[in-house]
Every structure is written in structure tokens, then in C-alpha cells.
Ligand binder design. Structure first.
Ligand code: DGL
Length: 282
């Protein structure tokens, strides 16, 4: 009996040592990964960027769901204790399918935490969501905000070109400012209280967006709120790793290790080499 109990303890420890899987269509989700690393430095992490099929935001919901479930299956194969869908588009389209697929592995999306952060920043506020076509098409933030704050007003604006700017590393400067200004002009009926970065690529453009927008508009990104939710979910499930050693990070991509390292380094805030990135097939 004592041995059995000992084994159960050992198994739990081994389970808690498993990495948290983090997945995005590309490198944008590294902004969420970075926030998780900062909040939970002892956790092991495995990140998958489906760079071969980026962007998801212009694809149909059927394709996005297929891509997202394949990416999650790849992470499940590695052995993970939780899955973070660090992609707004995949969170908008496929969260229910992913939860069904992952059995008892908790699945955390970014839209709920992003909506919660905006509502917390400006209760009963006017929110402008910048996101991909697919996220806007499904009204994902409108629904998530209405659930938390029924009197809030929400306007959603598709900004596909901002994904390309972030991918190209052109997040600052006149071109970025002009494009951001154009999207804000198109979107803004009345001056919003918050601008929600409803795409994991957009935190790279946060300074430019804040610069173009009025000073008192709060620019909200979901990375740190998502990291907080990840911590809560792990604690609730007794899944926190019990170790003082820094967690390990594996980076997987479906295409272009060199490009992933170059662009991903900007999202992660440190230099990466193509040797840090393992190529995988889904
Ligand atoms: N990662 C996606 C998101 O957060 C943006 C890039 C894409 O369209 O794949 O919505």
C-alpha cells in the first residue's frame, strides 16, 4: 500500500514535469510564451508554430479547425500537461474542438483572458478590437466581452496588414504608423476607451498603436492575463512543477527554421538561432 502511494506520488511528479504546450499559427504566440515564462519560470514549455500554413486569419473556419487540431495532436504526441492556444484565430474558431480532442488536458485560449483584461481596464467601456478577418468574422471578442460586461460597446476591425508588418519586423516607423492610422480611421466611430490587440502578432506594434491613438486609450494585450489564467489552471489541477530549476524550452515549427529564429527572436525579446528550432511535420 505504502509502495502504491509512493508510485502515485512519483507519477504525479513526472506528470507535473511535463511541458505546457503552446501553439500558434506562427511566431506571434511567442509573446504569450514570453509572458508564461515570466510568470512561471520553472515550467517546461514546448512551443509549436505552424509557419508552413500561416496565416490562419484569412482561411475558412473549416481549414483553421483542421490545422489547429493537427497542431494540438502533434503537441499531445510530445506529452504535455496543458495546452495554450496562443493564437486568437484558432481560439475563436477551434477552442471547443480542441477541448474535446485533448480529453483531460486543460486547454486555455487567449480570447477570454483578452476580453477580461479589457473589461477590467475600462468597465462599461467602448472597446475597439484589432484582429484577423476570421476572428472578426466570428465576433469572438464581441461575444466574450458581452458575457463579462453586457453594457460594454464593441467594434471589431480586421487588420490583416498588421500581421505582415509584424512578420517583416516593420513594427515601428512611418510605414507602420501610416497603416495603423488608416485602420484606426476606418474603425473608429467614436473614440474608444480601449484598443484590444486581438491577434498575437500585434503586441509588437503596441508602441506604434499607442503612439497613433489618443493618450488616454488603454492598449490591451492578452499575454499577461493569459499567463495568469495558465497559473490558476495549473494550481487548480495541482499541476505546478515542483522544482527550483529553470524550465526548459523546445521550439518546433512546420517550416523555415531560419526565418522563425530571425522573426521569433523579436517576439521573444532575445536572439534565436535556426539550431534552436526543430522542424516537424503535422
Ligand atoms: N496568430 C494569429 C492570431 O492571433 C495571427 C496570424 C494568422 O493569421 O495566422 O490571430
Amino acid at each position: 500500500m505504502a509502495k502504491l502511494r509512493h508510485n502515485a506520488g512519483m507519477n504525479r511528479e513526472i506528470h507535473c514535469d511535463l511541458p505546457i504546450g503552446v501553439f500558434d499559427s506562427g511566431v506571434g504566440g511567442l509573446t504569450v510564451l514570453k509572458a508564461i515564462q515570466e510568470a512561471l519560470p520553472n515550467e517546461n514549455l514546448v512551443y509549436l508554430g505552424d509557419t508552413a500554413r500561416l496565416p490562419y486569419g484569412t482561411k475558412s473556419p473549416v481549414s483553421i479547425e483542421r490545422y489547429a487540431t493537427q497542431a494540438a495532436a502533434k503537441l499531445q504526441e510530445q506529452g504535455i500537461k496543458a495546452l495554450v492556444v496562443a493564437c486568437n484565430t484558432a481560439s475563436a474558431v477551434a477552442l471547443a474542438a480542441l477541448r474535446a480532442q485533448m480529453d483531460d488536458v486543460p486547454v486555455i485560449g487567449v480570447i477570454g483572458p483578452g476580453a477580461a483584461a479589457a473589461v477590467e481596464a475600462r468597465p462599461a467601456g467602448k472597446h475597439l478590437v484589432l484582429a484577423t478577418e476570421a476572428t472578426v468574422g466570428l465576433g469572438a471578442y464581441r461575444i466574450a466581452i458581452a458575457e463579462r460586461d453586457p453594457v460594454a460597446e464593441v467594434r471589431e476591425q480586421a487588420c490583416e496588414m498588421l500581421v505582415s508588418l509584424a512578420e517583416e519586423g516593420w513594427s515601428n516607423g512611418e510605414i507602420a504608423r501610416a497603416i495603423v492610422r488608416r485602420y484606426l480611421d476606418e474603425a473608429t466611430v467614436a473614440v474608444p476607451d480601449t484598443i484590444i490587440l486581438g491577434c498575437t502578432h500585434f503586441p509588437l506594434l503596441k508602441d506604434t498603436i499607442q503612439d497613433v491613438a489618443d493618450d488616454d486609450i488603454v492598449v490591451v494585450d492578452s499575454a499577461s492575463t493569459t499567463a495568469r489564467v495558465v497559473r490558476e489552471v495549473l494550481e487548480r489541477g495541482a499541476l505546478r512543477r515542483n522544482s527550483d530549476s529553470p524550465g526548459l524550452l523546445r521550439l518546433l515549427a512546420t517550416d523555415g527554421a531560419t526565418r522563425f529564429a530571425r522573426v521569433g527572436g523579436q517576439f521573444l525579446g532575445r536572439e534565436l538561432s535556426h539550431r534552436d528550432v526543430e522542424l516537424v511535420d503535422l
